[in-house]
Design a protein around this ligand. Sequence first.
Ligand SMILES: Cc1cc2nc3c(=O)[nH]c(=O)nc-3n(C[C@H](O)[C@H](O)[C@H](O)COP(=O)(O)OP(=O)(O)OC[C@H]3O[C@@H](n4cnc5c(N)ncnc54)[C@H](O)[C@@H]3O)c2cc1C
Length: 421
Amino acid sequence: MDRSGLTADVIVVGAGPAGSSAAIHLAQAGLDVLLLEKAAFPREKVCGDGLTPRAVRELAALGLDTSPQAGWRHNLGLRIWAGRPYPYLMPWPRLADFPSYGLVRRRADFDALLAQRAVQAGARLVQPATVTGPVLDRASRVVGVRTKDGLEHRAPVVLACDGNAARLAIAAGRDRRPDRPMGVAVRAYYASPRSDDLWLESWLELWDGQPGRSHLLPGYGWSFPVGDGTCNVGLGLTDSSAAFGRVDYRQLLRGWLDTTPPQWGFREENRLGPIGSAALPMGFNRRPTYRDGLLLAGDAAGLVNPFNGEGVSYALESGRYAADQIVQARSRGFGSIAAERALAAYPDRLRRAWGGYFRLGVVFGRLIGHPLIMRTAARHGLPLPVVRQLVHRLLANLSDQRPNDVYDVVVNTLSRLTPSA
Ligand SMILES: Cc1cc2nc3c(=O)[nH]c(=O)nc-3n(C[C@H](O)[C@H](O)[C@H](O)COP(=O)(O)OP(=O)(O)OC[C@H]3O[C@@H](n4cnc5c(N)ncnc54)[C@H](O)[C@@H]3O)c2cc1C
């Protein structure tokens, strides 16, 4: 028999970017928020630590100062290696809706900062508190959660932000959609003189020797300069690749890095800490994102961008959308039909934001999963400045809602006309 625990207006499970973002917005709107986190901060999270201007915009909305004076490492855009011996430089675009810089911050630090901000805003953070499953009422509505220590916490609304394992969603019967892409990524930190680089770096082709004269490896690589003497270096693969699930990812990483110039330092003797890996659930891979008192946000809802593997900004943003709907529901009186309408509008809000765009990404991911198509597209498309600019804006999902140039028009139109994922 579980002992009764705490009560609140909302329970948020997991204090990663999705959970802390939601908790901050909810607490700022005056709701009593219980934020339950399995780990104790600071804790590691396997990630590339790269934040695009999309994520920076969300951090601003959370009231965080992301200036270099406040300790943030800014970057200017992407340096892409593909199909030729020297890279392409793709600066972040200058837009009305987004800032023109990205950031790199270790997740151990970044997530602790966000959780601390949630506490400052008034959320009650309990750590460590491992949620084991939902508490259901007689109508099978979620009215709280159980934690490993045998407590039963209660709230009229529960938001699952517990990451890619999505334990709470699964326990509440929300299965993974097999028709959505899934990725795996590995990363490690290396002591490197490239740590102060001002560009995020990414490789669209990985070779195990001389490019063009050796074997093309599956997947895409990155090196993100952390600014503390290290680079976060890793690679990712989606299940559209024939090698998915059949390769030793750590070995793949080492094999690729051994071909990079030795002076960059991406060698075993410079590796600091273990090679970590985790799943990337993409393109709305878990649904419904609201039913019977339980909302899903971030990786728990499978909201990683299928174009580029970015998940932090979608976690932060979905946390904000979920918070908005919960705030509206509370103002109408939790439990009322009007409140239920506000909560039931959350999936539609997500669909309107990214439905068409993610669907495009799913198709794109399937195509570039074939190395030949990827190579041909990179070799013949990227040398053309117009194509390059369009691909850059499309992959990072950066366009002004009110179009200011032809790239905005193309990205917005493609996303709008494509049926929702
Ligand atoms: C190798 C790799 C590299 C990546 N690189 C990037 C990148 O550079 N940029 C980018 O934008 N995205 C990147 N991603 C994706 C990104 O890491 C995720 O999309 C993002 O962390 C999702 O945030 P979230 O808040 O939904 O989940 P998480 O960040 O996973 O947070 C979930 C939280 O819930 C807690 N939790 C879990 N279970 C429970 C439970 N039962 N009870 C209580 N708490 C629980 C966890 O401890 C954690 O704190 C990468 C992913 C991988 C694997």
